[in-house]
Design a protein around this ligand. Structure first.
Ligand code: NAP
Ligand code: F7E
Length: 337
């Protein structure tokens, strides 16, 4: 068995570096003095703007969660103290259209990371990006670490698999691996396909006269929405614990898509927002997660974590950022989903 020695300065390997969370986590780890490595799919690099500002500070390693060899190579090169597995096919709606790919990446990808750790770096610590989507058709409210899972999408199923793989490798091989069960968290770096950013971006476009309307799906769905930079901080905190564990990270408040629209349009001075929104069947899901609300008491107790940015502030941050983006004439290409 080959064990790779971890390097002298603290080093961290992030999968999903080019995504919302990966880019914020990289910012925070660089500030803490880590050597940061990212496993990235090279074809996506020219279009990824989220890490443009840190390209000189991080080391990119080509790879893919479907490719064990590239994961092993990334671990060998980075000699990580910490591995944050944030890569995933993370868009729930797409998971019905590409269930096999979703499982390959978001479920089996976790086992590939764990196998890499088991054979090459058994002393490194691992964070797994688990999700409130595992609760799906909720069995109790609010959801805690003890709530039974009932996933409602191929994405949710793959995250349940990844969750249990982490628990199993921890119990079988003593690997320091933890699941962060994160509820929805949003920011100006959120992808345009997710509902919050779709709303904030289009509210800004409507305000500036660039489009007339926005098409949405189920306005009654409710989510526990927090602010991404605060959630990413929790990922780091979780790996500082002596013993690994699984923790819920949430605000404890739930709001509907309708409320998000209301707040976003009101922020730019539009009160009659319903005339700017069309409800389209195409944006409804085969099985919906109606409402999620988490209880992060354990995270507060163990790691002193509590969210500071509330719902209204989150909406304002996102709308203001998109107004600024469009004022600087940087319209983005919207996804068709
Ligand atoms: P995101 O913005 O969609 O980022 C996903 C990342 O995964 C991107 O960097 C993407 O790279 C990468 N990726 C996708 N397929 C890959 C593959 N086959 N191999 C390697 N990399 C691949 O997601 P996020 O919002 O930052 O979320 C981060 C993680 O937390 C995900 O695992 C997500 O499922 C989970 N999570 C998110 C939330 C939330 O509310 N944001 C809540 C709970 C859990 P490209 O740039 O190449 O596409
Ligand atoms: O949908 C409803 C939709 O796509 C939220 C991912 O980060 O968080 C995210 O998953 C709700 C759903 O996020 C539209 O039906 C209405 O009920 O923004 P979303 P999500 O599915 O909650 C979890 C925790 C993750 O782990 C995931 O990776 O909004 N909705 N109208 C719409 N959703 C979208 N996308 N677009 C609409 O037009």
């Amino acid at each position: 068995m080959v064990h790779i020695l971890v390097s002298e300065t603290r080093s961290a390997l992030i999968t999903g570096l080019t995504g919302q969370d990966g880019s914020y986590l990289a910012d925070q780890l660089l500030e803490k003095g880590y050597d940061v490595y990212g496993l990235v799919r090279i074809p996506s690099m020219p279009t990824s703007t989220l890490i443009e500002h840190i390209l000189d500070d991080v080391t990119l390693i080509d790879g893919d969660l479907t490719d064990q060899a590239s994961i092993n190579r990334a671990i060998s090169i980075s000699k990580p103290h910490a591995i944050y597995n944030l890569a995933a096919q993370s868009f729930v709606a797409t998971s019905w259209k590409q269930p096999i790919l979703t499982s390959e990446v978001s479920a089996l990808g976790v086992v590939r990371i764990l196998e890499g750790i088991r054979y090459l770096a058994p002393d490194s610590r691992m964070y797994q990006a688990s999700s409130s989507e595992m609760f799906g058709k909720v069995q109790e409210t609010p959801q805690t670490e003890a709530t039974k899972f009932y996933p409602r999408s191929p994405y949710g199923i793959s995250k349940v698999f990844g969750y249990w793989a982490v628990v199993n490798y921890r119990e079988s091989y003593g690997i320091h691996a933890s699941n962060g069960i994160l509820f929805n968290h949003e920011s100006p770096r959120r992808g345009l396909e997710f509902v919050t950013r779709k709303i904030s971006y289009n509210v800004a476009r409507i305000k500036m006269g660039l489009v007339d309307k926005i098409q949405l799906g189920n306005l009654d769905a409710k989510r526990d929405w927090g602010y991404a930079p605060e959630y990413v901080d929790m990922m780091w905190r979780m790996l500082q614990q002596d013993e690994p564990s699984d923790l819920v990270v949430a605000t404890g408040e739930s709001h509907s898509v309708r409320e998000f629209c209301d707040e976003a349009f009101r922020h730019v001075g539009i009160d009659d927002w319903e005339s700017y929104v069309d409800v389209a069947e195409a944006h409804f899901r085969p099985a919906e997660v109606k409402e999620l609300r988490g209880d992060a008491s354990l995270a507060r107790e163990k790691l002193g974590w509590a969210p500071k940015v509330d719902f209204r502030r989150l909406v304002q941050i996102m709308v203001d950022s998109d107004m600024e983006l469009l004022t600087s004439h940087r319209e983005m290409t919207e996804p068709t989903v």
